[in-house]
Design a protein around this ligand. Structure first.
Ligand code: HEM
Length: 217
């Protein structure tokens, strides 16, 4: 199968990670665009969710595509992690560790931040994609994110997401060959701007409810 052949090579694995990572960042853009209506009112958010669910075929295709993307990103990421671990415990371990020393915290913690994001996704989907029957999604969001521990968990997950993106975004650009002395300054800035944007935009929502600012939502 073409996918198996692709992930057999090192560059193939990097390519799968970069393409799936880019598409997942695009998903995050659409997700924050819809979720930002929470800051307007519960009515605005409910209208957005209702409009989305009035197109069930589109929602279904979107969900299946997301499942495929997350599965590819997680399984190939796991393969890379296991391969790197195998190399670092081999007789070349000393050399590899010297290279590892030079890696940023974000690069070294990629498998762990990734694992935490996966845990977040399982909790998040269980709570929001399958909410209590008859309760509007706008109320479910308020009810869950007003809880102190749920909000702290969400904030910790968004911090992990920001760290994951700061290395992932840079790595993706390297795989696509976006590396030019003229643009490297901008690329460096983007590796901070993109994760900080998502951290503030997503993180603001639990903070909005936690601090009571969203009391009249
Ligand atoms: C406070 C921030 C967030 C809020 C309020 C939020 C809200 C929601 C809601 C209400 C749904 C259900 C949509 C529906 O079926 O009507 C949902 C689904 C989902 N969310 Fe979030 N979300 C947040 C952050 C995130 C983040 C950071 C990620 C990714 C890392 C994420 C990934 C997903 C996924 C994968 C789904 C399932 C989509 C599908 O079923 O097609 N969410 N979210």
């Amino acid at each position: 199968m073409w996918f198996i052949n692709l992930v057999r090579s090192s560059i193939g694995k990097k390519f799968v990670m970069a393409v799936s990572g880019l598409l997942l960042v695009l998903f995050l853009c659409t997700h924050i665009f819809g979720n930002a209506t929470i800051y307007l009112s519960s009515h605005a958010f409910q209208s957005y969710a209702d409009a989305l669910h009035s197109l069930p075929i589109l929602v279904f295709l979107f969900s299946v595509s997301l499942l495929v993307l997350f599965s590819a990103h997680i399984s190939v990421g796991l393969l890379l992690f296991l391969e790197n671990r195998k190399v670092s415990t081999s007789r070349y371990a000393v050399n590899v560790n010297i290279v590892d020393e030079k890696k940023s915290i974000a690069a070294r913690t990629m498998p762990y931040t990734g694992g935490f994001i996966l845990l977040f996704l399982l909790v998040h989907i269980a709570g929001f994609t399958f909410p209590t029957e008859g309760v509007p999604i706008s109320e479910t969001v308020k009810e869950q994110l007003s809880g102190f521990f749920t909000s702290i968990f969400y904030l910790a997950a968004f911090a992990a997401l920001a760290l994951h993106l700061s290395h992932g975004f840079w790595s993706m650009l390297q795989t696509f060959g976006v590396n030019h002395p003229r643009y490297n300054g901008l690329i460096e800035k983007l590796t901070y701007i993109v994760p900080v944007f998502f951290l503030i935009a997503f993180g603001g929502i639990p903070l909005y409810f936690m601090t009571g600012l969203g009391a009249s939502y």
